[in-house]
Design a protein around this ligand. Sequence first.
Ligand code: NCD
Ligand code: ZN
Length: 366
Amino acid sequence: MIRIIGWRVKTSRPPRRQTLVTMQELTIRRPDDWHLHLRDGDGLRAVLPFSARRFARAMVMPNLNPPVTTTAAAIAYRQRIVDALPAGADFTPLMTLYLTDSTTPEEIERAAACGAIAGCKLYPAGATTHSDAGVTDIRRLDATLERMSERGLPLQVHGEVTAADVDIFEREARFIDEVLIPLRRRSPQLRVVFEHVTTRAAVEYVCDAPAGIAATITPQHLLLNRNALFQGGLRPHLFCLPVLKRESDRQALLAVITRGDRRFFLGTDSAPHPRTAKESACGCAGIFSAHAAIELYAEIFEQAGMLPRLEDFAASFGADFYGLPRNRGTLTLERREWVPPPSYPFGSGELVPLRAGERVAWGLRA
Ligand code: NCD
Ligand code: ZN
């Protein structure tokens, strides 16, 4: 249903003050964000409107503090999200359960039966923000994973090993060999989403792997390589996990989405933190991109000369993988430069967004 309206020429009147305004519009099926951190309380209220304005649905990550480890907690969190929506918003939160060493098959049963939970998230313990309660050894969860595959609940993985002696740039590749391949051998029916893939190794693995696996890709890993982290000095607002990788990895991500591979779809991993927590001697991982998410993906596809492929990546492949209907509404983007502010309010603090003070090539139609 993609519609690219070419260069529309508008002429203002009277003719003596004639100006030519060129505008390019792009209307796509309303997209979904398959990996999103919404936080809670005041933080939730601050960031939710950005996602609800752009996306019809989002897969909401469970790494609150304490984490969302039970069906009851996920349902309560879902209600807090719904209550925080701006009036008239059309947005459905899809909930996830945070797996721990003690998540039982019975909990999976409850999650599958409640109808609000769309997947279970594997955080290897210590891999990222609020992952301390995560799984220390996935082999202990075989019965739980078995129940997930029986009940059709996908496993969403943060795919990095955590051993301190593994180089941070190798953690994703090592996860594939040491965790993911053995896991998929033990549970071949389990559907898996390899979240926020960042490397050529991950792209190749997903492309060659047995069916039943897909991957999300963030805007930052498509736009930037690791040099950006150190451009002119240390850039804490570009630090996320998995960390940005080398240019050849970025090129592999770009190649797979622009060829329209249906196993790869949009997941922003937008992860807000207060400015003070980012600009710190030990700054937290996470990039906030919800304020310009679909706009940045449009820029990425446009730069690659593949704008017509945006819609499937953003609005079709993810829904298809999760077995959910594609959205019926549309979203219209305009080729109109704008500059995100230096910060947005975020609870009692503020939040520095991706591209703060720099141009974004696409905007939403008002
Ligand atoms: C995420 C967060 O802040 O919750 N941070 C990040 O760098 N992506 C956690 C995560 O998804 O790893
Ligand atoms: Zn995340």
